[in-house]
Write a protein that binds this ligand. Structure first.
Ligand SMILES: [Zn+2]
Length: 384
């Protein structure tokens, strides 16, 4: 494991800025990632351009794809960020700290993936997918990610780790709704009885929706932005409110969805329309349990401290791979902090060890695939 080469590769990636919304910048960055990856792996990637967004895919070996190694090369940093946040490596009391736009989320993860796989003699069955629009919610790459996940026995996501290097074993799913109320306008002074009041209907429905949360199960259902009516002296004819739903399980996502769709108007003559629905499925703890256990065994074998695990609210492409039923472990990338913030950094001394751990995990999955899916799942777990 050559740390100076890891740092040189990471510098190349960080110094090619890649804000998700700038397609030309993302295309330039894809070429840099392709060059660095090809240098380590000895194979050129396929360039997959979807609606102008450049994604890269390496299929290694001749056999079917079995292990998906997943990352993204876009960042939230706008062009010009290097001027104020240049690539740097500086000593600190915690050891060497590396900085630069997107270093932690998640260019270091990409470099770790290339160096980990480059270490392996047997690479048959490994697919490395590097997408270019994750920070936008993966509008063009979602189908590609799901298709690759369906082919694989396990998905390893190189997103940055949680605090202290913890792996991300659970991510909440997200549903978003727009509830529209239709009433009938009338003069509020002359003949309000002829109207159907959308504000009153909204009040009923907001309370119905707010009651759908189940905090004990980790389900939150939050009515957010709302509006009704036009003037102070008109019975409102229409209104709407948005609903943000976060869930830990698909069962809960389905329960809330069914309840939302069965909302019925309370006022005679009113109408309720439900728009939206599930946006990202949850990465359930059950999807990562066997892989996390495997990492623990491998860490012990390597003489490393076993990484902790964390349930996090934010979503990633790991939600999509878990959503199609593929065992998924996320947060396998760099140790550090400050994702999406001026404090973004990577702890340099953790890079070689985490890269070795990743290499060991990929090798172990190729050699012994069955326990990724056959290991006992926690009780109450369900596979979609
Ligand atoms: Zn990321």
């Amino acid at each position: 494991m050559d740390l100076s080469l890891i740092l040189a590769d990471l510098r190349e990636l960080v110094e090619c800025e890649s804000p998700s919304s700038d397609l030309a910048a993302v295309a330039r960055s894809a070429e840099v990632v392709a060059r660095v990856g090809a240098a380590r792996l000895g194979v050129e990637p396929e360039r997959i351009v979807l609606d102008g967004v450049t994604h890269l895919r390496w299929r290694l070996g001749e056999g079917p794809s079995r292990v998906l190694v997943l990352g993204h090369h876009d960042t939230v940093w706008p062009l010009g960020s290097l001027a104020t946040h240049p690539f740097s490596v500086e000593d600190s009391p915690e050891g060497a700290v590396l900085r630069g736009p997107g270093c932690f989320d998640m260019k270091a993860g990409l470099v770790m993936a290339f160096h980990a796989v480059a270490q392996l003699e047997d690479r048959d069955g490994i697919t490395i997918l590097v997408t270019g629009d994750e920070e936008l919610g993966s509008p063009t790459s979602r189908g590609l990610i799901e298709d690759e996940a369906r082919l694989a026995e396990a998905a390893l996501v190189l997103e940055a780790s949680a605090d202290g290097g913890r792996l991300k074993t659970e991510r909440k799913g997200v549903s978003l709704y727009d509830v529209r109320l239709v009433g009938r306008a009338a003069h509020a002074g002359l003949e309000p009885e002829l109207g159907v009041n959308a504000t009153v209907e909204l009040a009923h429905q907001v309370l119905n929706v707010a009651a759908l949360g189940r905090p004990d199960a980790g389900t939150t259902v939050t009515p957010t932005a709302s509006g009704t009516g036009t003037t102070t002296n008109t019975v409102p004819a229409a209104g709407s409110f948005a609903v943000d739903v976060r869930v830990r399980s698909i069962a809960e996502q389905d329960r809330v969805d069914a309840a939302m769709r069965s909302l019925r108007p309370v006022l005679p003559g009113a109408e309720v329309e439900i728009h939206g629905g599930p946006n990202r499925p949850p990465l359930e703890a059950a999807a990562s349990a066997a892989l996390y256990e495997r990492v623990g065994r491998l860490a012990v074998r390597l003489g490393q401290e076993v990484p902790g695990c964390a349930a996090v609210g934010g979503a990633s492409d790991g939600n999509f791979t878990a959503g199609v039923g593929t065992p998924t472990l996320d947060g396998l990338g760099a140790v550090g902090g400050g994702a999406h913030a001026a404090t973004e950094h990577v702890l340099v001394e953790e890079l070689p060890g985490r890269t070795l751990l990743l290499a060991a995990l990929v090798a172990d999955l190729l050699a012994d695939p069955f326990s990724a899916t056959n290991a006992p799942q926690p009780s109450g777990a369900q596979r979609p």
